[in-house]
Design a protein around this ligand. Structure first.
Ligand code: GUN
Length: 282
């Protein structure tokens, strides 16, 4: 029976450190680090994420500036808001909650954010730096996962890591971070042949497909570390990409859903805000 990685406890520990740094920043510079969160429309899941982010900011002494824009906001309007936030001295981080309504062009909005305020790490400049081995602001879910692996003492060097999902937000940056730590990487996706065999070969599995219980417990190699990024709302509640009840019988370590990766993702957003704030003062 594997050990369950407690994302809430890890997040709490990290948030204590962030609170200390936010206070030290405020004492030194006479203002708290500031995070602007932009939500467009009424998507329920997005509203929950944004609420959790706001709560986490308050808990750690980061000032949260909240912008809830109308569903019919135009591209011009949101770009004007980004320009205004880029220019503000009290805003260190800008987060535009995704997905956006269909009239808005996501790529154009994300590149408009000043890279030094890109706390999501989604700007091509920051993703490029990561690719070049000079990370600065790195996407929060993958950095949260690295933090969890380190806190649980997982040896990454030379291990076979299989990532299921190839998004810019999770799969691709996750692969790079694990590769920087000398893992051998396989990225799987919807066109991958014989996914069960790929998963079976992995010492570390990161599942980020958004398909509930897609990864079966029997696919997991005995002793593997299993990280489940997925979170789907089903009739039986929130579930991950991995069939947890089966997989825990094979894994040495496994994240639950909820209470695994999720709390760490928000925590790393706070971490990135503190890092960004440090780059805005001299
Ligand atoms: N929507 C779902 N996850 C995220 C995230 O990490 N950042 C942003 N901006 N939007 C999201």
């Amino acid at each position: 029976m594997g050990i369950i990685i407690d994302g809430k406890v890890l997040a709490e520990k990290k948030r204590e450190d962030i609170s200390r740094r936010a206070k030290a920043f405020a004492d030194k510079y006479g203002r708290s680090p500031g995070l602007a969160v932009v939500l467009v429309g009424e998507d329920q899941a997005s509203a929950v994420y944004v609420r959790n982010k706001k709560r986490a900011c308050i808990q750690t002494g980061i000032t949260s500036f909240d912008y809830h824009l109308d569903e019919n906001t135009t591209q011009k309007e949101i770009l004007a808001l980004i320009d205004e936030l880029n220019a503000r001295d009290d805003v260190d981080g800008i987060l535009v909650q995704l997905p956006l309504p269909s009239q808005l062009i996501e790529e154009e909005i994300l590149v408009r954010i000043d890279p030094s305020k890109d706390v999501d790490g989604f700007h091509p400049y920051n993703l490029g730096r990561l690719l070049m081995g000079e990370p600065s602001l790195v996407p929060c879910t993958p950095t949260g996962i690295m933090y969890m692996l380190d806190e649980y003492g997982v040896d990454i060097d030379g291990k076979d890591a299989v990532i299921i999902g190839r998004s810019n937000i999770v799969g691709k940056p996750m692969a790079i971070l694990l590769m920087m730590r000398h893992a051998t990487i396989t990225i799987c996706h919807s066109h991958t042949k014989d996914l069960p065999a790929r998963v079976k070969s992995a010492d570390i599995v990161v599942a980020a497909t958004g398909r509930p219980h897609m990864i079966k417990g029997g696919w997991i190699k005995d002793g593997a570390v299993v990280i489940d990024v997925g979170i789907s709302r089903t009739e039986s509640g929130l579930v991950g990409d991995v069939d947890f009840d089966e997989a825990i019988n094979h894994a040495s370590l496994i994240t639950p859903v909820p209470g695994g990766v999720g709390p760490m993702t928000i925590t790393m957003l706070l971490e990135n805000t503190i890092v960004a704030a440090g780059s805005h003062v001299s």
